[in-house]
Ligand binder design. Structure first.
Ligand code: HEM
Ligand SMILES: *[C@@H]1O[C@H](CO)[C@@H](O)[C@H](O)[C@H]1NC(C)=O
Length: 332
């Protein structure tokens, strides 16, 4: 920029003025270079923090990917999920789908603290979570894609919204799809993003009803592979249910921590863990997509990136909306 030339004429001055105010005036959309001048190393800071966290616990990559999904699907990608409960509102952390299940808050706190040291009050928690989720896929052996940034943080959160808007593994494909559609996503995104279940774990209470008395039949879910059934019955026995509700099984038992397309092969061979995974074979359109991705790892990779960017745009706050939280757990 010629903003500092000594002979700046009127045209240059006007141009410079536009350039300087443009982040305020035209900021309704996200930008791939949003922090290029204000926090150029933000991606490195996030990846360093994430790398340390993954060295400590491989699963954390999956947990952060899920955290981003649970943020975006509830009133948009605005870091509302990261807010602790206060006197004024009950937040999302203790909503049914999150309590005792959503993980990774401490990792985001640590990364945010590092980012604040480098660039105080500049980078939103929503963007940090988006970057962490994206890089988590890369660190798990998936592809890398760059994400547009510039989200701002909410100043409130809603437990009710989280309970209403996060899909449940016991819902029909129609109901799950309807929740995605209400956020501007579609059935394709449901199938593609469900591929995230190629990493991470689920607790017994999220799939136990498939194992013994499916739908009151007195029998296991007929769409569950019999040797997988035996294994799961050992992890999650029928007896002392409370004691084993929080035991975990891998979502993709073939390549537990690797971000690949084996999720779709599992679904094809009736070894998807959740009902909501196996249910993708209930509809001809989603079945054909599952078949396609099971055979085309690179198309899955590409389409996953596209759907993630789409998901990352849900209900974003930009410009002067919301705020840049100093601590992701509290409004300023
Ligand atoms: C389509 C509807 C979806 C349903 C019904 C669903 C449901 C679930 C459930 C029940 C669990 C296990 C939670 C627990 O036992 O604590 C889980 C885990 C997980 N979900 Fe989903 N999910 C869906 C979509 C997604 C999407 C779109 C993503 C990300 C793009 C995602 C990423 C994950 C990951 C990575 C885990 C493992 C988390 C960990 O190990 O900490 N899920 N999901
Ligand atoms: C390391 O991972 C364990 C879970 O395996 C977790 O309880 C602990 O808080 C993590 N420590 C750090 C420093 O992230």
């Amino acid at each position: 920029m010629a903003c500092k030339t000594s002979y700046a004429n009127f045209t240059v001055a006007v141009f410079c003025l536009l350039f300087l105010i443009s982040p305020l005036a035209f900021s309704q959309q996200l930008d791939y270079n949003f922090y290029a001048y204000t926090c150029p190393y933000v991606e490195n800071i996030v990846s360093h923090g994430l790398w340390k966290a993954i060295q400590n616990e491989t699963r954390i990559a999956a947990s952060l990917l899920r955290l981003h999904f649970h943020d975006c699907i509830v009133d948009g990608c605005d870091a509302s999920i990261l807010l602790d409960d206060t006197k004024n509102f009950k937040g999302e952390k203790n909503a049914g789908p999150n309590r005792g299940s959503a993980r990774g808050y401490e990792v985001i706190d640590d990364i945010k603290a590092e980012v604040e040291k480098a660039c105080p009050s500049t980078v939103s928690c929503a963007d940090i979570l988006t970057l962490a989720a994206t890089q988590a896929v890369y660190f798990s052996g998936g592809s890398y894609w760059s994400v547009p940034l510039g989200r701002r943080d909410s100043i409130t959160a809603s437990q009710k919204a989280a309970n209403d808007q996060i899909p449940s593994p016991f819902e029909s494909l129609e109901d799950i799809t309807a929740k995605f559609v209400s956020k501007g996503l579609d059935l394709n995104d449901v199938v593609v993003l469900s591929g995230a279940h190629t990493i991470g774990f689920a607790q017994c209470f999220t799939f136990r009803r498939r194992l013994f008395n499916f739908g009151g039949s007195g029998k296991p879910d007929p769409t569950l592979d019999s040797s997988m059934l035996k294994n799961l019955q050992t992890v999650c026995p029928n007896g002392d249910v409370k004691k084993t509700n929080n035991k975990i099984a891998p979502l993709d038992s073939q390549t537990i921590n690797k971000f690949d397309n084996l999720y779709y092969k599992n679904v094809m061979s009736n070894t998807g863990l959740l009902e909501s995974d196996q249910v993708l074979l209930r509809d001809p359109k989603s079945t054909s997509m599952v078949t396609y991705y099971s055979m085309n790892p690179s198309m899955f990779s590409d389409d996953f990136a596209t759907s993630m960017v789409k998901m990352g745009n849900i209900g974003i706050l930009t410009g002067e909306e919301g705020e840049i939280r100093k601590n992701c757990r509290f409004v300023n």
